[in-house]
Design a protein around this ligand. Structure first.
Ligand code: TYC
Length: 133
């Protein structure tokens, strides 16, 4: 395009590129309402990504369940080695209760059910429960 005959101002605008740029269109991101919506989305996302509640699976003491049975249960269902399982069993025996592991709700519920089922099958009154960590 020839610039001959343009006013000095128009020539200047060409030189600095003003007229060759696209006119600025409204960008939703610049509006407060949009930013508030975005903040709400972020809040909802941060609610969604919270870590799950965790639950301690706890064994309770009684006078009848054999110590060896309790150690076996702790090894089998909570995957502790024999030494650690024995320590946990002794803690329950001496202090009344002991934590075998910490799990999400579904896993903790399953462990409690499995342990109680196994104890009843074997004729022992062992109690196993869960509490929010
Ligand atoms: N107190 C039991 C006994 O003397 C042993 C025992 C330990 C029972 C832990 C339950 O969760 C328990 N035979």
């Amino acid at each position: 395009m020839s610039k001959i005959g343009l006013s000095p101002n128009l020539k200047l605008m060409f030189r600095i590129g003003t007229m060759s740029r696209k006119p600025k269109t409204a960008n939703p991101i610049d509006f407060p309402a949009f930013q508030e919506d975005q903040a709400a989305v972020m809040d909802r996302q941060s609610e969604r990504v919270q870590p799950p509640k965790m639950f301690r699976v706890v064994l309770l003491n009684d006078d009848f369940t054999p110590m060896e049975f309790v150690v076996m249960v702790i090894q089998e269902y909570f995957h502790h080695d024999q030494e650690r399982a024995t320590r946990i069993m002794l803690q329950v025996h001496l202090e009344g209760k002991g934590v075998c592991g910490v799990y999400t709700k579904d896993v903790a519920l399953t462990k409690v059910q499995q342990v109680v089922d196994r104890a009843r099958e074997s004729g022992h009154p062992l109690q196993c429960t869960m509490e929010e960590a």
